[in-house]
Ligand binder design. Structure first.
Ligand SMILES: *Cc1c(COP(=O)(O)O)cnc(C)c1O
Length: 475
């Protein structure tokens, strides 16, 4: 790892050599230093220490417990990534520096683009996008511009009802009309229904594979053939790639455009809205439409190429969320091709292990095998006026973050569990026991405990309607 660190940082900023001790003071220029006192409260060190330690304990995170939030891929983020991202060689670079003085970071972005192509089967990527939804929006603008360039008026995007909510929102933001497609009960695409709505003015279809019920779309090659025959394009929502990376590639399935959430599949802590990075990958015929600047290699130098007349333009300042790009790069390089494949296999194994412990007791709408996540329906089990949201709140009392609930919308009283590859069998077993205990013991014997939950958290049960209508965002 030390070698990787050296290689990464040595070329990044010639002014700073690798310094593993990232805690050293950064020198603030005299003219920027504060002239007057900050007026902080006068308290002892121990009180200050307690204040911050107690504050940190109120924060739920992966460093405290299991986080099985389906679709969000809340896995362990290796600390070496954070250490590298904190390195001065990277974070003291100014985006307006001449490109000759930041060859190192351009090389990292360039190399990550190549790695993502290799992993996904796409031909090129733009790394500017700030999140998955931003990636969708960009990809859809690319699709719109492509059809404009060939003089075709295509105004619709097909979005299955199993899709992530951001898909339809992004399509509307990009100026398309959304045609919903009702999925089969297992979340797969009904080819019959698809053929019916596939008119000549359909620009494309947005698919998540595996779908949101955690099942691989087995007819994907046929779907892709039918869609392409209509002159429409296929968009792959690759927010969660850890079911397939190293095993199959969206590019090989026939997808033309996709985004990847670096902040899910390729580590980087996230949640609560960011920070993120949602690179957009396309096949070669769509490259002219990608955002500028593109990073190109000219002889042995990296340069910024703005000469793209068909580009949709910029979608974010400078190079995107560089620290997230850097963490993803370190993650990919540390694991290597074998390690990435192994991560997928482990993610799928962990999910199937958990599913096997639930499937005989709880309804599983999509059958008894899954990819990296699975969905349960609690509908037939709920009693004593208890709802899925109450079960989720009770989990907080046991120190667990709740799984995703009420999503996908096609499943009633849905609970979507994604253990990820980084959790041990012991952690999974503990969660399985607690979850079963709440459902099969407490719900009958102590329903009030579930209704009142949470009682062990810094804030007790919130009035969610009031919180949504009158949010208190500061105090
Ligand atoms: C998380 C997610 C998104 C949106 O990504 P953001 O970074 O939150 O904008 C889109 N699709 C799927 C399937 C996701 O899981």
């Amino acid at each position: 790892m030390e070698k990787l660190l050296n290689e990464l940082s040595s070329k990044c900023n010639s002014a700073y050599k690798l310094n593993c001790d990232t805690e050293t003071d950064i020198e603030i220029p005299e003219n920027l230093k504060r002239k007057s006192d900050l007026g902080l409260p006068n308290i002892s060190e121990i009180d200050l220490l307690r204040h911050f330690t107690n504050l940190s304990r109120k924060n739920y995170s992966l460093s405290t417990c299991f986080y099985p939030l389906g679709s969000c891929t809340m896995k362990h983020n290796p600390l070496i990534n954070e250490r590298i991202a904190k390195n001065r060689a990277f974070n003291l670079i100014h985006p307006y520096q001449p490109t000759e003085t930041m060859q190192g970071i351009l090389k990292i972005i360039y190399n990550l683009e190549r790695d993502l192509c290799e992993i996904s089967g796409m031909n090129c990527f733009s790394l500017q996008q700030a999140a998955g939804a931003h990636g969708e929006f960009t990809g859809l603008l690319v699709i719109a511009k492509y059809f404009k360039s060939i003089g075709q008026k295509r105004i619709h995007i097909i979005v299955p009802d199993s899709a992530h909510g951001t898909n339809s929102a992004s399509a509307v933001m990009a100026g398309f009309n959304v045609i919903p497609l009702k999925s089969n009960p297992d979340g797969s695409i009904s080819i019959l229904k698809l053929k019916k709505i596939l008119t000549p003015d359909v620009a494309g279809i947005m698919l998540t594979v595996p779908n949101t019920l955690g099942v691989f779309e087995k007819n994907i090659l046929e779907i892709s053939k039918i869609v392409h025959k209509n002159g429409s394009l296929l968009y792959y929502d690759g927010a969660n790639l850890n079911a397939i990376m190293g095993i199959v590639k969206p590019g090989d399935m026939g997808f033309d455009v996709m985004h990847i959430n670096l902040h899910k599949t390729f580590s980087a802590p996230h949640g609560g809205g960011g920070p993120g990075s949602g690179p957009v990958g396309v096949k070669t015929f769509l490259e002219p439409f990608l955002p500028v600047p593109r990073i190109k290699k000219k002889k042995s130098k990296f340069v910024l190429d703005y000469e793209k007349h068909n580009s949709i333009g910029r979608v974010k300042a400078f190079f995107g969320n560089f620290p997230i790009i850097l963490k993803a790069y370190v993650y990919i390089k540390s694991l290597g091709a074998k390690g990435l494949k192994n991560a997928s296999e482990q993610a799928v194994l962990n999910a199937n292990y958990m599913l096997s412990k639930f499937k005989n007791k709880i309804t599983v709408p999509a059958g008894d095998k899954c990819m990296h996540e699975f969905v349960l329906s609690l509908k037939s089990l709920l009693k004593n006026n208890i709802k899925t949201v109450d079960i989720a709140k009770r989990l907080l009392d046991y120190g667990y973050y709740s799984p995703t609930i009420y999503f996908p919308l096609i499943v009633e009283e849905a609970v979507m569990i994604e253990p990820t590859e980084t959790e041990s069998k012991k952690t999974l077993d503990l969660f399985i026991n607690i979850f079963n205990n709440i459902l099969f013991e407490e719900m009958s014997k102590k329903p009030h405990k579930i209704k009142e939950a949470p009682v062990n958290t810094p804030l007790k049960r919130l009035n969610e309607i009031e919180a949504a209508r009158k949010p208190v965002l500061k105090w």
